[in-house]
Design a protein around this ligand. Structure first.
Ligand code: ATP
Length: 471
């Protein structure tokens, strides 16, 4: 049974720290708000998630290519994309405790300075008027810290794909419809990072921009919405905590004719609340046109150039031709774009929460039921005792497994403790070599989820794992 209840998140965070999934960044100096480090198990888990995405979305498909862009790009990219002007949250300051908050999250925030007068809620304190706060981190490229040299850390990986659209078309044999995929770090100076890794200031995204003919974009939007939802369920997010939510017309950006979020009911959220794992957006031709013509705004349902007070374009585009000539249709057009944009850290966190199980009937009640593709360690090998010729049988079995999958060898502590450690790491199978192995050549296989033990011939271990893991 999956765990539920108020302190579940605390227990998950504690397990992540204890077993080396996730640590607070720079912890020995007290940590830094909104930044996290992945420990030895966490790095494998997150890498497995990213590898699964890359394999399923890029390698397994004939209509997708990959890309890896720089984090810092020409500042004009962010002016034309709209991030420079619009990528803002409203923030307010509490005059009592001097803390800063996102205006839309005030209700959940306690004011430590006024707990008695106002039942701890900031929305009843002495607050400043809401002000806009741009979420992009700034830096300077070059020795001089002036406006000329001001640059931004990307707040999304998507723009790197749009500005390389022409390069990819010119250097590969892709034909529309096709997609470009990218995994990489993004940075947002979130006003109130919180909920473990859910809202961080540095995080990783897995993004696809799928380019298609405008007449086919509605169909591709539905296709991608379904494909992406199925990807999560195939990897084990099967509970009712996962859902797809179609945005209402009033929630859509001016250029979008459809957006859906894949959401998960994280244990740190209130009952009935969901948090976004991935957004799938129909972006029309907004991005390619903006990088071609300059920043656009919507007027009377149409995209028009954003003009300054003198009536000149506020931000100039690249002036490059980002149209596409379809030689089958004999038609030139600006492709429409469907964007499935996922967070690798939020995904990892959702799989951690889903996997976390407490079964009080077991000697060690906490276990992580990861899908075999995601499990950081696929198998463990234990000689029951570290003598009597058992290590000599166990070691070659362990070496054979390691040739194909990450595995661990453990000859110390009681067998119960060794199983418990592997349960917490989410290792699907443990093989124990005991006295009977010397007699009949069989080893015990223990299944993480059921705790059931069976015996198989020691020569069949790798074959058994290949079959069970499906890897
Ligand atoms: P939110 O509304 O939660 O701030 P968003 O709608 O701004 O998210 P997008 O801009 O659509 O998010 O980014 C795509 C994905 O990137 C999100 O679905 C999420 O998985 C991830 N992501 C965005 N911001 C963060 C963050 N601060 N920390 C971790 N992951 C993030």
């Amino acid at each position: 049974m999956a765990a539920s209840g108020g302190n579940v998140m605390e227990r998950i965070v504690a397990l992540c720290k204890r077993r080396g999934f996730i640590f607070p960044s720079s912890e020995i100096y007290g940590g830094i708000n909104g930044f996290w480090d992945y420990g030895p198990l966490g790095v494998e888990l997150k890498r497995n998630l990213k590898d699964a995405w890359w394999k399923d979305m890029v390698h397994a498909r004939e209509d997708m290519v990959g890309l890896d862009c720089s984090i810092i790009m020409h500042p004009q990219v962010w002016k034309c994309s709209g991030h420079y002007d619009l990528f803002c949250d409203l923030m307010v300051d509490c005059r009592a405790c001097k803390a800063r908050f996102r205006a839309d999250q005030l209700k959940d925030m306690q004011c430590p300075m006024k707990p008695s007068k106002h039942p701890g809620e900031h929305d009843r304190c002495d607050l400043t008027e809401p002000r806009e706060f741009n979420l992009m981190f700034e830096s300077y490229a070059g020795a001089v810290k002036d406006e000329e040299n001001r640059v931004f850390l990307r707040p999304e990986t998507a723009q790197g794909i749009f500005v390389n659209f022409k390069n990819v078309c010119d250097s590969t044999r892709v034909r529309i419809p096709f997609g470009i995929a990218q995994i990489g770090k993004s940075f947002r100076n979130e006003i109130t990072p919180r909920n473990f890794t859910f809202r961080s200031r540095e995080f990783e995204q897995m993004e696809i921009e799928f380019f298609c003919h405008p007449g086919e974009s509605a169909r591709w939007y539905e296709y991608w919405r379904d494909v992406r939802l199925r990807w999560y369920t195939d990897l084990g997010l099967t509970s009712r905590k996962l859902r797809l939510r179609e945005h209402g017309k009033d929630e859509l950006s001016h250029y979008s004719c459809g957006t859906s979020d894949i959401e998960y009911a994280f244990p740190f959220l209130a009952e009935g609340d969901f948090g976004e794992l991935e957004g799938i957006a129909h972006r029309g031709d907004f991005d390619l046109r903006s990088h071609m013509e300059g920043k656009l705004v919507a007027r009377d349902g149409k995209l028009v150039p954003d003009l300054d007070e003198q009536g000149k374009p506020k931000y100039k585009g690249s002036g490059r031709d980002l149209t596409y000539y379809d030689d089958e249709r004999k038609e030139r057009f600006i492709p429409h774009v469907i964007e499935p944009s996922a967070g690798a850290d939020r995904g990892t966190l959702a799989f951690i929460c889903e996997a976390y199980t407490v079964d009080e009937s077991r000697p060690s009640p906490e276990l992580m039921r990861f899908h075999p593709r995601l499990a950081p360690i696929k198998a463990a090998v234990f000689p029951l005792v570290n003598k009597d010729g058992l290590p000599e049988i166990a070691e070659p079995i362990y070496r054979a497994i390691r040739q194909r999958w990450p595995a661990q060898y453990d000859a110390k502590a009681s067998i119960g403790k060794r199983y418990a450690r592997m349960d917490e790491a989410g290792t699907p199978y443990c093989f124990t070599i005991d006295g009977q192995t010397k007699e009949d050549g069989t080893v015990t296989v223990r299944d993480r989820d059921t705790g059931a033990q069976t015996r198989i011939d020691k020569t069949r271990v790798v074959e058994f794992l290949a079959e069970k893991l499906g890897l």
